[in-house]
Design a protein around this ligand. Structure first.
Ligand code: SF4
Length: 103
């Protein structure tokens, strides 16, 4: 049974949830599993100094009151680091493959 006045309040609440943008994806403390392709559904660690001890796994659309907006430079640094790691992994894989074929 609906009570008068309840539904508009619920709709307003849901609208705030749907449009909130101070989420983990935009937070400086979000460490995504895949920084190159991170989106709202991306999962990763929260590395905020006050939360790190809890080993939280969050998604890009989660949020909390410790949010701090990240910078373009921070995103670029994360992506650069991930691309270097992928290149090194690719090189290591390539070397292992060459070594395996050479035997
Ligand atoms: S849980 Fe809070 S501090 Fe951690 S990444 Fe999300 S918004 Fe940032």
């Amino acid at each position: 049974m609906r009570t008068k006045g309840t539904e508009p309040e619920l709709r307003r609440s849901l609208r705030r949830l749907a449009w909130q943008d101070e989420n983990c994806l935009a937070c400086a403390w979000f460490s995504p599993n895949d920084p190159i392709n991170a989106d709202l559904l991306e999962r990763g660690k929260c590395v905020h100094p006050k939360l790190r001890e809890y080993n939280l796994i969050v998604s890009g659309r989660d949020w909390c009151n410790l949010f701090e907006e990240t910078t373009r430079q921070n995103i670029d640094d994360l992506q650069e680091k991930a691309m270097k790691a992928e290149e090194e992994l690719g090189l290591a894989h390539s070397r292992a493959e060459t070594s395996r074929r050479g035997k």
